[in-house]
Design a protein around this ligand. Sequence first.
Ligand code: HSE
Length: 406
Amino acid sequence: MLAVMGYGTVGSGILELFYKNKENIIKKAGKDTDIKYILDIREFPGSPYEDKFIKDISVILEDPEITAVAECMGGLQPAYSFVKACLEKGKSVCTSNKELVAAKGAQLLKIAKENKCNFFFEASVGGAIPVIRPLHRCLAANEITEITGILNGTTNYILTKMFNENMTFGSALELAQNLGYAEKDPTDDIDGSDACRKICILASLAFGRHVYPDTVYVKGIRGIDREDIKLAAEANCHIKLIAQAKKLNGGQLEISVQPRLIGYDNPMSQVSGVFNAVTVFGDAIDRVMFYGKGAGKLPTASAVIADLIEAVKHDRTVFSQDWDDTDGSFTVPYSETFAEMYYRVHGNSAAETVRNIFGSVRFIKENSPETAFITDQIRMSDAQLYKERLAERGIEVRAEYAVTGS
Ligand code: HSE
């Protein structure tokens, strides 16, 4: 028997999808099963599931019939305490909660293993896209070298609306919220922390050591101006919020979440609306790309239910992946990383000064009255010095973004 913790967007999607496809789901699980409880502190009068609602976690913990639990409460507490308690009782947990996995994944996987149950989190990254299990299983023979993704549906939706329909940032965000894409606190989407949690989960899985969100360079989309979207288009690029983790030759990890100009010839630049995409690079596969709806009620519920099916099928067998805990010291400081950079600057005859400071650059726009350009690969600590030199000459940097080619 199953329980669902949290009856919000994802939780209600699980109930809807489970009863729509119940016969099929049971066949795939290989055992008869049903959702016995829904845990939520709120009241849902008139709900078709009224008799399933409970408010006390101990009902789930003390019921030996419950073997697997879906957690879609979001946030760290009380989700962490509830999930830990379920695992300690030997009940598998399937979660869509990226914050929980990014902060406590290594620890919860260990507890699951010790108690012969599973901690699954396919829905925590990429919504409907099967990426966790393929990364862990189908690509297991590879040395993974890089993961690059558009991992936040809300910001990709906003950027697409700004580009295609010249919509303002605020109106696009409101639409994304109405569609159930955004987090409870949408600043988690806009400022990049949601994408950061997701790349940490993928990097932990791929590289075998827990990557903590506070070790990642994160810059969100808040400052993106429609002028930059237009100028990027003149350079045959879209601007996308890109999460990237690369394993460097010395074994260290370069990891960031930031808006990047992406050339039209890169498939990542064609990922629109709420869709997410993840490209995984490995020594045997070259690259594999995963693509699908990254947020929303039913796409996310689809991934949680797939995990519940696995949990039912593999009851009392440890089937989930794990990785080592770490102090996070294997990430390279952002100042030591390299990138081609896009700048939009304002100041008199800026183009000539830019040439003097940055050397070889490609201009998108010159002295009218702003100047926009793309540099060659530069080190981020040098980029900082160059900006200081621009400021000394009265030139103001109005926008700066990394650039990714093919
Ligand atoms: N707020 C998230 C997004 C939901 O927009 O991608 C799915 O994790």
